[in-house]
Design a protein around this ligand. Structure first.
Ligand SMILES: [Zn+2]
Length: 257
């Protein structure tokens, strides 16, 4: 069995370069055979990329998250373009809208989001989408601007009705450790309306730790718990669930298995 962690903030879990490699190694020992390291800030991207580029099973996403809207860095678009030409860059992300935290006004977030969606189309990359309390605007924008390689709604947190609308755009849906929380009814209902081939899983580490490890800092190595929980909901044994998720993630990122 092998698992694909589609969203891990390695640079936020630990800062020390050796410890980062240990996190990757522990994930591998737990059958998390591939993972995408998510760019949390363009200011930090090169450092994490350099450190992890020798790890064969690690891929990267690059982009400006809504948390950086007020300080994306000078020439951020050129930085993304240049970075996207590096080996093992598989997506632009995470990008999106966050109306929950006060990162900056809506209009500047929307402008940054749209410019990066267009950049993803140009670079022929899929996008990893962050949405917090901005579900309506996110779908509205994606209806016109979703790049041809598609997108994933990462750390899915909306309900089943929203998922049905998002399915019309052929999006993928990625579930994090909060799927394992007993009170996550909206997520459990969502799983029931999704075609299994549209589902991904992610650790969203160091956040969103699965229920069994609540209170701890999340790690990619805990990802199989989320897969197991999903398998229970879909009535699939672990092996079958892992196989479907593995194929979905590789298809989404354009990787061969
Ligand atoms: Zn994230």
């Amino acid at each position: 069995m092998q698992y694909f962690d589609t969203h891990a903030h390695i640079g936020l879990i630990v800062e020390d370069p050796i410890e980062q490699l240990i996190v990757i190694q522990e994930a591998r020992q737990a059958s998390v055979a591939r993972l995408v390291s998510i760019c949390n800030s363009l200011h930090d991207f090169a450092r994490v990329y350099e450190n992890l580029k020798s790890a064969a099973n690690v891929y990267h996403a690059v982009g400006v998250s809504p948390s950086e809207v007020q300080n994306p860095g000078k020439n951020w678009a050129q930085t993304i373009e240049k970075s996207a030409a590096l080996p093992k860059i598989v997506a632009l992300g995470e990008i999106g809208l966050d109306y929950y935290r006060k990162f900056g006004d809506k209009n500047s977030q929307i402008e940054l989001f749209i410019r990066q969606l267009d950049l993803a189309a140009k670079l022929e990359l899929p996008v990893i989408i962050h949405n917090r309390e901005a579900g309506h605007d996110v779908l509205d924008i994606l209806r016109d601007r979703l790049p041809p390689k598609g997108g994933v709604l990462h750390c899915y947190s909306e309900d089943a009705a929203y998922a049905k609308k998002a399915l019309r755009l052929n999006l993928y849906f990625s579930f994090a450790g909060n799927l394992t929380y007993r009170n996550a009814k909206n997520l459990h209902e969502t799983v029931g309306v999704l075609p299994p081939e549209r589902i991904l899983i992610e650790s969203e580490s160091p956040f969103m730790v699965p229920a069994d490890y609540r209170g701890k800092r999340n790690m990619p190595k805990y990802l199989p718990l989320t897969a197991h929980c999903l398998g229970n909901m879909l009535g699939l044994p672990d092996e079958k669930m892992a196989e479907i998720l593995w194929q979905n993630a590789n298809r989404f990122f354009g990787l061969t298995e």
